[in-house]
Design a protein around this ligand. Sequence first.
Ligand SMILES: *Cc1c(COP(=O)(O)O)cnc(C)c1O
Length: 221
Amino acid sequence: MGVCDRYDAICGLMRKAAEHAGRAPDSVSLTAVTKTKSAEEFLPLIKRGHRLFGENRVQEAKEKYAPLKERFPDIELHLIGHLQTNKVRDAVALFDSIDVVDSEELAEKLAAEMKRQNRFLPVYVQVNTGLEEQKGGVDPRKTADFVQKCRDIGLNVVGLMCIPPVNDEPSPHFALLKKLARELGVERLSMGMSDDFDIAIEQGATTVRVGSALFGERKQV
Ligand SMILES: *Cc1c(COP(=O)(O)O)cnc(C)c1O
């Protein structure tokens, strides 16, 4: 099976999950996660009309997507991996959405850099729903305050994102993210990956981030 066949299969499963949950199929989008994959591997999707992509490293994304965005200006590229504050300038210049805002320092640097570049990107706040020490994201109990702070300094918070702990049942994490979003008046939910995107859609995901199910296993992350 080629990447376009896998893409069609995943889109079909996404539609089914949405219908099963009584949601409109077009209320959930597919973020194709291309980390570690070369442009040749995902170019077939672009040629087929797919435009929404996710990468988790600034430098890797820049090398692959700066040339692609010249050819396909309507590509929408999301940063989905931890952002170091010294990469904020490049990230704001390249990406179309920063989906991993999780500290005040990062929020402030992003707000300042967006002003400097006059490029006001939407952002997602990452929530550490499993309270994992090694994982980025805001403590769910502090998310309301954090979102308010982001808004106060001028960031356009459009959504929340989470990565549930690998060995947990993902459902309660998705449900918690959905509950927080509702309380905070935030519209979008980025949750669900190759192994659990159908569950995430039933729980209200507006975009799912799928890598290996599209492109095959990665050698390393
Ligand atoms: C790699 C990655 C994904 C995609 O994971 P798969 O299991 O390969 O679909 C999704 N979200 C984030 C944040 C990632 O780093």
